[in-house]
Design a protein around this ligand. Structure first.
Ligand SMILES: *[C@@H]1O[C@H](CO)[C@@H](O)[C@H](O)[C@H]1NC(C)=O
Ligand SMILES: *[C@@H]1O[C@H](CO)[C@@H](O)[C@H](O)[C@H]1NC(C)=O
Length: 313
């Protein structure tokens, strides 16, 4: 009786692979696209549109709240509350090539023009910010000539006249070709930091080099409001090899450059350390320190002092 009904098994029509993919992409019979009907796609789309709008609003709201807490002219966390702290580091230029970040060796052959020009170029780049034309010219109108007892008026900053620092000038290749190079020192900027000067000769620290003590004593009282600088050979042999040193334009960072308050055009003060006659062919370890009551020297953390080596061939 039921034999007739079950006599044939009809296999589904065999679609070839491409045909079934085509049907999945768009099935004209059912109107399905990618296996779904148009209205169910519309619902999914609507869901995501609303979802992302809500997400964007939430993000924007949080960003707005965050920006409320910011001030673009000064850091939120300052001095001892900040990560960089209130103990400025000392840096030197030119730096050895960036390919060797660990290196602090300034080594060149004074007879080899390409060799010393490399270091002079590095200094050119660093000093561009101080140039009256080109990159350094931005906000130049803010820079005025300062002196002790004649600080910059509010809203202005003190100029750094590197062009007058003979022999440490660009046109003289910073004297590298004469085997008597200039190395520039810079105190790292810390917003709002005011140095506590060693301006009282009866309150100089024990470990301050004697020649610096004498130098401070020889200065007029007014000119003592300075963050002093000393450079020395690290070991007895280095002390012998380092030779005489000049500090140009003066032996420290004058007080009228402080505090740094992010005034447009601000230039960090520099000291050019001019090594007049370093010994040839030996490596000389040099340590420079900045001196103020509120600068602590810490060799390991590289605070308040800087170490480098000099070698002339
Ligand atoms: C200042 O910059 C100009 C070009 O930007 C350059 O020609 C000139 O040598 C620079 N002067 C100094 C002193 O660096
Ligand atoms: C010495 O420096 C301090 C600031 O560090 C200043 O308050 C004081 O007036 C200076 N003393 C003299 C005599 O200039």
């Amino acid at each position: 009786m039921d034999g007739k009904k079950e006599q044939f098994y009809m296999p589904p029509p065999k679609l070839d692979k491409w045909e079934s993919i085509r049907l999945f992409l768009y099935n004209s019979e059912t109107g399905q696209v990618l296996g779904r009907t148009g209205s169910s796609w519309a619902k999914i789309l609507l869901f995501y549109v609303i979802f992302y709008i809500v997400l964007a609003c939430f993000f924007g709201g949080m960003l707005a709240v965050f920006y409320q807490t910011l001030d673009t002219t000064q850091p939120k966390w300052q001095l001892e509350r900040s990560l960089i702290g209130n103990n400025p580091g000392l840096g030197f230029r030119p730096m050895p090539p960036a390919s060797n970040v660990e290196s602090t060796l300034i080594w060149y052959k004074a007879k080899d023009e390409g060799n010393y020009r490399h270091w002079a170029r590095a200094l050119d780049n660093f000093l561009q910010a101080y140039n009256k034309t080109g990159i350094g010219a931005a906000n130049q109108e803010n820079r005025v000539h300062c002196d002790y007892g004649k600080p910059a008026p509010p809203g202005k900053v003190c100029d750094v006249m590197i062009g007058e620092w003979n022999p440490c000038t660009k046109s003289n290749f910073y004297n590298y070709q004469n085997s008597a190079p200039c190395i520039f020192l810079k105190l790292n900027k810390i917003f709002g930091w005011i140095p506590a000067y060693y301006n009282d000769t009866s309150k100089l620290p024990q470990d301050m080099p004697n020649d610096l003590k004498n130098h401070i004593a020889s200065m007029k009282q007014q000119n003592r409001d300075t963050v002093w600088v000393s450079c020395e050979g690290e070991n007895p042999a280095d002390v012998e090899n380092i030779g005489p040193i000049q500090y140009i334009p003066r032996r420290g960072f004058p007080g009228f450059y402080f505090p740094f308050q992010n005034t447009p055009g601000y230039l960090s003060p520099l000291v050019a350390v001019f090594f007049e006659k370093p010994k040839f062919g030996v490596l000389i370890n040099i340590e420079c320190k900045a001196w103020a009551h509120n600068i602590i020297h810490d060799r390991v953390e590289r605070r308040g002092s800087v170490h480098f080596e000099l070698m002339l061939d």
